[in-house]
Design a protein around this ligand. Structure first.
Ligand code: MTE
Length: 294
């Protein structure tokens, strides 16, 4: 499944022009996106077309329909940006986007992405393991969980109220999940900066969990000793568990998780346990009943 090939810059026909037409934040700027290293954690699977994943989004701050974010996030202001790392750390951090981009070499990571609603995609992200950032902040011994808080401004996000979620959108991981090499701090996709509708300028990607765990437009990463309350879990705990590992065997009240539909395809395919990352992550859950801790 692994490939050390970096996806050629021109592999996605018309990609740059497509992103520019979407008004994709830094994409439209004159500053070139940093070059990317290949990663042994990349899949050899064919990525989706960029149109598939930039025009069909969940970003409730910009509306609840899949076609809303590409339109409503167009003028989302992401410059200047500050990301804080705080809580149970010895060296709290406050980083601008250029500082985030320079903190570690950027890699291309081709990952599967699976939404709890039953659709999936394969996406070439740009970024580095979140562990690189957390290590810099020097976690203190009591830290066991990580809370991810995302940007919220009613002025820029007037449609958020339709979402009926607790904003700012918060997600959480156990510290060992956050430190797993697959857990990605993403600043780009398809070789360019993240478009606003996909979580510009910096988001979380946890490829073995349902997509709602992958919080967009991060402003605060807080290490804690207690499991943090999370937006979707507060809304419907029986549908959005804290763990939410992709699992075809755990039934969901609304969407069967046995199969999924890849964006751009008509037929369904079987859902893979841990979204196909079982070998890499199953050890994290050795002592956990996955049916109860969904
Ligand atoms: N992050 C924020 N801040 N707001 C959101 O509404 N939606 C989540 C997640 N991150 C969401 C978010 C959900 S439900 C999914 S499936 C993914 O983002 C969708 O990411 P994509 O639009 O890049 O496919």
């Amino acid at each position: 499944m692994q490939s050390l090939q970096i996806t050629p810059k021109n592999a996605w026909l018309g990609r740059r022009a497509f992103l520019a037409a979407l008004g994709g934040g830094a994409v439209a700027s004159a500053v070139p996106f940093p070059s990317l290293r290949p990663s042994p954690l990349s899949l050899a699977e064919k990525p989706n077309r960029i149109e598939d994943v930039t025009t069909y989004n969940n970003y409730y701050e910009f509306g609840t329909n899949k076609k809303d974010p590409v339109v409503n996030a167009k003028s989302f202001r992401t410059d200047p940006w500050t990301l804080r790392v705080e809580g149970l750390v010895s060296k709290p951090l406050q980083l601008s986007l250029p500082e985030i981009l320079k903190l570690a070499p950027l890699e291309e990571r081709v990952y599967r992405f699976r939404c709890v609603e039953g659709w999936s995609a394969v996406i070439p992200w740009a970024g580095y393991s979140l562990s690189k950032l957390i290590e810099k902040a020097a976690p203190r011994s009591g830290a066991r969980f990580v809370a991810f808080e995302t940007y919220f401004d009613e002025g820029q996000m007037p449609l958020a109220k339709q979402g009926r979620l607790a904003f700012p959108y918060v997600e959480g991981l156990r510290l060992d999940e956050a430190m797993h090499p697959l857990t990605l701090l993403a600043t780009g996709m398809y070789g360019e900066a993240l478009p606003p509708q996909n979580g510009a300028p910096v988001r979380l990607i946890v490829p073995w969990k349902y997509g709602f765990k992958s919080a967009k437009s991060l402003v605060r990463i807080r290490l804690t000793n207690e499991q943090p309350a999370t937006s979707w879990n507060l809304k419907k705990a029986n549908e959005y568990g804290f763990y939410s590992n992709v699992n075809p065997n755990v039934p969901h009240p609304r969407w069967s998780q046995a199969t999924e539909r890849r964006l751009g395809e008509l037929s369904k395919r079987p859902t893979l346990l841990f979204n196909g990352y079982e070998k890499e992550v199953a050890h994290l859950y050795r002592d956990l009943d996955l049916m109860k801790n969904f």
